[in-house]
Design a protein around this ligand. Structure first.
Ligand SMILES: Nc1ncnc2c1ncn2[C@@H]1O[C@H](COP(=O)(O)OP(=O)(O)O)[C@@H](O)[C@H]1O
Ligand SMILES: [Mg+2]
Length: 265
């Protein structure tokens, strides 16, 4: 990292530290994962603060999805440490990581197309166990209010009772974000949330993510630079499993190493 860009990273992080009380929610330290000797993520370190909206960019195959897989427990790192606040996540099963407040959205929406929007949100409430308990629980006014609140946030308040399969592609992506929000995670991991969306839907998604970031931390993988500009404070650039650059959007866009990687692609 050049002196110049590491200075501006530091300036950006100091700024964040001031505004956010500098609490770290996620610490990735010297993380490596090898698949048959191939290092998909190679000695990577990065950290994310409370209520930060971090964007991760990088060419195809850079290791972005693999990084999210490791944070959410789908893939075990070969070495290194991943901490959520003070908790070590790297040896924890997926369901426990979710229970501690880390929610993950995959690249393709995984909603139940035969259920309505409201039903999809309902079944995402985590603390419901057993059929009777769940039926009784779901009928409480608090649950109904929560579903309506989330539906409004994801712009589906007028579609609560239609089958999710009939939603537009962008609306399905929003529904899945809503399903994550029902779990009340403190850290959301989103893999390419605006893929396949129209420009208008992208704008609305940016607004949604900015609203979510008022109370939670987000790590968002994205390619669309207009979208990245509209949401990011700090951008992390990965390349061949390593951290290539990190800083404000202007810093990374002007970083010769980033330019080379993107133009050479
Ligand atoms: N389970 C796996 N087994 C073998 N190779 C993998 C596996 N998962 C990912 N890879 C490889 O690791 C690299 C990084 O992949 P990925 O994290 O999906 O990249 P990105 O999301 O940045 O496009 C790619 O070369 C991919 O082929
Ligand atoms: Mg990917």
């Amino acid at each position: 990292m050049s002196a110049n860009s590491s200075q501006s990273v530091k300036a950006a992080q100091d700024q964040l530290a001031k505004t956010e009380g500098s609490q770290r929610i996620l610490t990735v330290e010297n993380v490596t994962v090898s698949f048959d000797g191939f290092k998909a993520v190679d000695n990577l370190s990065l950290s994310v603060n409370e209520r930060e909206l971090r964007v991760i960019i990088g060419p195809n195959g850079a290791g972005k999805t693999t990084l999210l897989d490791m944070i959410c427990g789908k893939t075990q790192p070969t070495s290194g440490s991943i901490r959520f606040r003070d908790m070590e996540l790297s040896a924890m099963p997926e369901f426990e990581i979710v229970r501690h407040g880390v929610g993950r959205k995959f690249q393709n929406p995984s909603i139940y197309e035969d259920l309505t929007v409201a039903e999809n949100l309902e079944i995402s409430i985590p603390q419901v166990h057993g059929v009777w308990a769940s039926i009784l629980f779901r009928r409480t006014p608090q649950v109904k209010a929560r579903i309506e609140e989330i539906a409004q946030q994801i712009r589906l308040e007028n579609h609560l009772h239609i089958k999710s399969g009939t939603l537009a592609h962008g609306q399905k992506q929003w529904l899945e974000i809503g399903m994550l929000l029902m779990q009340e995670p403190e850290l959301l991991l989103l893999d390419e949330p605006v893929a396949g969306m129209s420009p208008r839907e992208r704008e609305q998604t940016a607004e949604l993510l900015r609203t979510i970031a008022l109370g939670k931390s987000l790590v968002v993988i994205e390619h669309d630079m207009e979208f990245v500009k509209s949401i990011a404070s700090i951008v992390t650039v990965l390349h061949q499993g390593k951290l290539l650059s990190e800083g404000s959007i202007d810093d990374v866009q002007n970083d010769p190493r980033v330019i080379e990687v993107y133009l050479g692609h």
